[in-house]
Design a protein around this ligand. Structure first.
Ligand code: GDP
Ligand code: MG
Length: 724
């Protein structure tokens, strides 16, 4: 007996050891993951840089070019034609035995939701700056977004091959305009006035690329630093060490002792400073000429955090509503939880959910729960993502980004988790979401056959894109699309026609006016009806309060009955949203209100989600109709940033004056003027053409939603005449 027992014990030890070894291997693999994204102002070179990264890491055999419409990551036909990135694509490559999951994000503000949702799931970002234009309007926007999510960053100053590029000036702008602490890691190196390499201040070596090489930057040599650069290198190396000594005391000690500091110590200190957000390593290169990409790749894996470094996050238990700590170190199947940050429809395979796993293990075939509606789904397939290609995988662990198929009724921002571990991660929030739609566009299906196809296609697009919405205008019988800008809707119309093959005629883009109430109001509705032999009953009472501008819509349950099934609560929320879709004053969407649900009633057998939805929607109508007379109309205000040669700025400003523009800031730098203004959207439709003629095509601008403001009286009267 004793012998048998002891054998058993040894067996168990072996099993336990095996498990430990296996766990360590898994954790080691997680430590090798880098979830990163490239973010920047439009045209700074994100897609071009990503192509080089994929090529040089061996992921693709040929470099795709944005200008030729062959970039791997811009795979939608609309992206290829316009040479811009619209949807963020995910792909994976490997460098120095690390797995890099890359999310390429678009720069155009119309697609800002893509940036916001990417930043939410990334662990680190590479901010690309144009070596000529430096910190541009949208560089600031994405920088602030990255601050919001505490994403550690590396800066890459691109386009150093352009004659006007000024590396040191861009570094200064990063420091001054973004209030960041740049740590210069590579300096630009020129031969006969031509940019052809970088000097690495950590390795203290010169990297020179063969500019005649047609192998996409694979060929480079590592040389000693040339004498003419010695002074500059000494100056910037001491600056680097000085900044590092603020991070790590041992650097000061080396310094004081006059000892050489080991490369590994420097790298670890840069890593520590970057991960804490105290330092921004700055590198330079030219993506187009394939210069400086390998050092960038190494910096990504050395300095940016792994999911384990990013550490724990806080979620909420779906049942008790208490805080739950989610740890990336948990790798058990029953600790699985992940955030859906995007979904997209693909021909043949259907809805693909992009998932960032925060803890546990997900296996193909596993049943998961959507914690926002407690529905359960089986994961039927799981993929590693490569832009629009996919590779099927069987399991994935905490920290990874994968695509899954199987769930339904699941949307961006939902949490999927093991059904024994019902937790809810913080949803993806964007302030654009609550006021979605500053531009609207009326469309009509061409034939009867197109009608059905149109609605299913619009639903598909709406699922993918939370900043897009549509409604049917009962008076005109038109379908009104609303989105973030003219380009946003143009792309949607194009997709409807080409991807979904729907025949539609399209009107002119319009300003999406909104309305809101100015005083508190209460409404109620009891819905009671017999539909196909089944009786439906629901009662909803609510109050609506005005909120400050651009606070969106808040819906809160004030009643104490905790027995209301979650599906009915969701139906009430849907009903409230439907009710707010069309205001009573002028028929515009109602925003900036808080809706408190005071009471709901139902009869056990005689109710349905539909009856709650209708009752809630009618209760909203009841409430707002009581205060219609004091309701006001709001219009979207845009933030306009212009960079123009100085000689045109006078004309641009007087033109803005005629458009009710309010100039917030103007500054001259080098040969250009930088201007920021607020303008009502209605006055800047088609601004591209106007600015082109004002500046002989030399000024550039970005326009992004800023907020809403009450329309002036004359306009209000005109709108009431037109719409009521
Ligand atoms: P994105 O909008 O940030 O994705 O920028 P793209 O990668 O699409 O690049 C915008 C334009 O800049 C394209 O015409 C590129 O060919 C060009 N470009 C990108 N990188 C460089 C570079 O290093 N040097 C030069 N001269 N042009 C570049
Ligand atoms: Mg791009």
């Amino acid at each position: 007996m004793v012998i048998v027992n002891s054998i058993k014990v040894v067996d168990n030890i072996d099993a336990a050891m095996d498990k430990r070894v296996e766990e360590n291997i898994i954790l080691d693999n997680i430590a090798r993951i880098r979830n990163i994204g490239f973010i920047a102002h439009i045209d700074a070179g994100k897609t071009t840089t990503t192509e080089r990264v994929l090529y040089l890491s061996g992921k693709i055999q040929r470099i795709g070019e944005v200008d030729e419409g062959t970039a791997t990551m811009d795979w939608m036909i609309q992206e290829k034609e316009r040479g811009i990135t619209i949807t963020s694509a995910v792909t994976t490559c490997y460098w120095e035995d690390k797995q890099i999951n890359i999310i390429d994000t678009p720069g155009h503000i119309d697609f800002t939701i893509e940036v916001e949702r990417s930043l939410r799931v990334l662990d680190g970002a590479i901010v690309i700056f144009c070596g000529v234009n430096g910190v541009e309007a949208q560089s600031e926007t994405v920088w602030m977004q990255a601050n919001k999510y505490n994403v550690p960053r590396i800066a890459f100053i691109n386009k150093m091959d352009r004659e006007e590029a000024d590396f040191y000036n861009v570094v200064k702008q990063i420091e001054e305009k973004l209030s960041a602490n740049p740590l210069i890691v590579t300096l630009p190196y020129y031969e006969d006035g031509r940019f052809c390499g970088v000097i690495d201040l950590i390795k203290m070596k010169l990297f020179v690329w063969d500019v005649y090489d047609n192998e996409g930057g694979k060929k480079y040599v590592i040389l000693e630093i040339p004498t003419e650069y010695k002074d500059k290198v000494i100056e910037y190396r001491s600056k680097l060490l000085e900044k590092l000594s603020d991070i790590e005391d041992s650097i000061v000690e080396y310094y004081l002792k006059g000892e050489d500091i080991k490369e590994s110590v420097i790298i670890n200190t840069v890593r520590k400073g970057t991960m804490s957000g105290k330092l921004i390593p700055v590198l330079c290169g030219s993506a187009l000429k394939n210069i400086g990409i390998q050092p960038l790749l190494s910096s990504i894996v050395w300095y940016l955090p792994s999911p384990l470094d990013r550490g724990e996050i806080i979620a909420t238990s779906s049942s008790t509503k208490e805080e739950v700590i989610i740890s990336p170190w948990d790798i058990d199947k029953n600790k699985f939880c992940g955030l859906v940050f995007k979904l997209q429809n693909f021909p043949y395979i259907g809805k693909l959910y992009f998932l960032r796993i925060y803890s546990g293990c997900l296996k193909s075939g596993q049943v998961v729960e959507n914690s926002s509606n407690l529905r359960k789904w089986r994961i039927t397939k799981m993929y590693r993502l490569h832009a629009n290609y996919r590779e099927e995988i069987r399991e994935a662990y905490s920290g990874d980004i994968v695509g899954v198929i199987g769930p339904k009724d699941t949307y961006t921002g939902d949490t999927l988790c093991d059904d024994s571990y019902s937790v809810m991660l913080e949803p993806i929030y964007t302030h654009y979401r609550c006021n979605a739609g500053v531009v609207s566009l009326g469309i009509e299906p061409k034939s009867k056959a197109d009608i059905e196809k149109l609605f299913s296609s619009l639903e598909t697009i709406k699922d993918e894109d939370p900043t897009f919405s549509y409604r049917i205008d009962e008076e005109t019988n038109q379908i009104v699309l609303s989105g973030m800008g003219e380009l946003h809707l143009e792309i949607i119309v194009d997709r409807l026609r080409r991807e979904f093959n729907v025949g539609i005629s399209v009107g002119e883009p319009q300003v999406a006016y909104k309305e809101t109430i100015t005083e508190k109001t209460v409404g109620e509705s009891a819905f009671e009806k017999c539909i196909s032999g089944k009786s439906h009953y629901a009662y909803v009472k609510l109050e609506i309060l005005p909120l400050d501008r651009d606070r969106g819509v808040e819906i809160i349950n004030l009643f104490s009955d905790t027995d209301v099934p979650p599906l009915y609560l969701q139906a009430v929320t849907r009903g409230v949203k439907n009710g707010l879709e069309k205001g009573i004053r002028a028929g515009f969407q109602i925003i900036d209100v808080k809706v408190n649900i005071i009471e709901v009633r139902w009869k056990e057998k005689d109710t349905s989600e539909l009856s709650f939805e209708i009752a809630a929607s009618l209760a909203v109508k009841d409430a707002v109709s009581k205060v219609a007379a004091s309701s006001i109309i709001l219009e979207p205000i845009m933030k306009l940033d212009i960079i123009s040669p100085k000689e045109y700025i006078g004309d641009i400003m007087s033109d803005l004056n005629t458009r009710n523009g309010k100039i917030l800031h103007i500054e001259d730098k080098m040969e250009r003027s930088w201007l920021t203004a607020l303008v009502p959207l209605r006055t800047v439709f088609g601004y591209a053409t106007i600015l082109r003629s004002l500046s002989k095509g030399r000024a550039i601008y970005t326009l992004e939603p800023y907020g809403h403001d009450r329309v002036r009286e004359e306009l209000e009267n005109k709108l009431l005449e037109m719409y009521v």
